[in-house]
Design a protein around this ligand. Structure first.
Ligand code: NAD
Length: 362
């Protein structure tokens, strides 16, 4: 375990959008994490990001970063097909490990990584950042405390054309390389609902529309082990929305992850749009405004989710506590996403337990 005052010396493999746009800005305020090295096979990208964030260590070969004895922890932020081999190398080198979602393209590889991690005492965290979004944390508390009563159904939408309008690397275009809304985006919400409800996804029906890339717009219907019905919609083309609504026998909970006042609970007797409902909404906005202004100055709820994720990682490295998103969680989200793809492909309902083992065999 590291001494209290020493920062954790982190090396990041991959200098793409996730690293430069999300993780490095999120780590910057944490004085207990120091990014000492970056690796990328694209030399120009490596230099550009290392210069921008004044990071001294620069490696063209990710294995050399992992072998660097001054690195305590390694973050794997490359396209998903490279996650498991690099994560395995990091554990073999006795490093603490952060690995981005989707964990893998292949469930057998995930199982091998889990077996390797079981023989390690290092902290291991999978990057499902929505678990750290404060609205998701609040929703989990309310659902698990029973505020909504028994849950009947859940509806969620994730839509944004941000990336397709700016940069859309080749790996994001194809299911086979871990891209597509049904894989790369779906794992976020499949994991989020497991996290909020504490229940497992049992079966899935999905349909999708492809165009210049696989599954640009997709819908998923799922049944949880506790009987809850879930519907999800994803799009890389349509207007932005990151919303989830949970309907229980005692009330309704609406989460809008983009809004500072995005957690709304209404008891069953409250009619949507009624004067009481609208007044409650107004008072909530006023109450949340100071926090919203403070949050906006830190980049908003999404940016804060990455910051909180890194705070949690640092705490787990220091205390040896288990992380809140394990390799098993990462694997289960991928297994559900594989069931989504298999269902969209076959037009049939797919049991998650019977999902194909890899994007390569669909
Ligand atoms: N948690 C989130 O919200 C979130 C957001 C964006 C991306 N991601 C995930 O992060 C990962 C990276 O996504 P991205 O958007 O940064 O991708 P990207 O395509 O923008 O960048 C990937 C970078 O990795 C480099 N690279 C590829 N193979 C490599 C290797 N073997 N060794 C070293 N460098 C290598 C590329 O040169 C590129 O610079 C993906 O798994 C993605 O799903 C997560």
């Amino acid at each position: 375990m590291l001494h209290q005052v020493e920062p954790i010396r982190l090396g990041i493999v991959g200098c793409g959008h996730a690293t430069s746009g999300l993780h490095l800005p999120a780590i910057r305020p944490h004085t207990d994490i120091e990014v000492i090295a970056l690796a990328d096979t694209d030399a120009a990208r490596l230099e550009q990001v290392a210069d921008e964030f004044s990071i001294p260590g620069r490696y063209a070969d990710p294995e050399a970063l992992i072998a660097d004895p001054s690195v305590d922890a390694v973050a794997i932020c490359v396209p998903p097909e490279h996650h498991v081999p690099l994560a395995m190398a990091a554990l073999d080198a006795d490093k603490h490990l952060f690995v981005e979602k989707p964990l893998t393209l292949d469930l057998d590889d995930a199982q091998r990584l889990i077996a390797r991690a079981d023989r390690s005492d290092r902290a291991v965290l999978v990057g499902h950042n929505l678990r750290h979004h404060h609205h998701a944390v609040a929703a989990r508390k309310r659902v698990q405390r029973g505020d909504l009563g028994s849950i009947e159904f859940v509806h969620a939408v994730w839509s944004s054309r941000y990336r397709i309008d700016r940069d859309f690397p080749d790996w994001r275009r194809r299911r086979a390389t871990g891209g597509s809304a049904l894989f790369e985006l779906a794992v976020h919400y499949l994991d989020l609902w497991r996290y909020v409800s504490g229940s497992e996804i049992e079966d899935i029906f999905a349909s999708s529309r492809s165009g210049e890339a696989d599954d640009l717009t997709a819908t998923v219907i799922a049944r949880m082990a506790d009987g809850v019905l879930v519907s999800l919609a994803f799009s890389q083309y349509a207007a932005t929305a990151h919303d989830m609504e949970v309907f229980g026998r005692k009330g309704r909970l609406r989460l809008s992850l983009c809004r500072f006042d995005g957690v709304e609970f209404a008891p069953i007797a409250q009619f949507p749009g009624s004067p009481g409902d609208r007044l409650q909404g107004l008072l909530r906005t006023i109450k949340e405004l100071p926090r919203g202004v403070a949050s906006a100055s830190r980049g908003g709820g999404f940016a804060e989710s990455y910051r909180d994720q890194w705070r949690h990682f640092a705490e787990c490295v220091r205390c040896g506590e288990p992380t809140m998103c394990t390799l098993e969680d990462g694997k289960l989200a991928v297994q559900a996403a594989l069931a989504c793809i298999a269902s969209a492909e076959s037009g049939r309902l797919v049991r998650v337990a019977d999902a194909p083992s890899s994007t390569a065999v669909i």
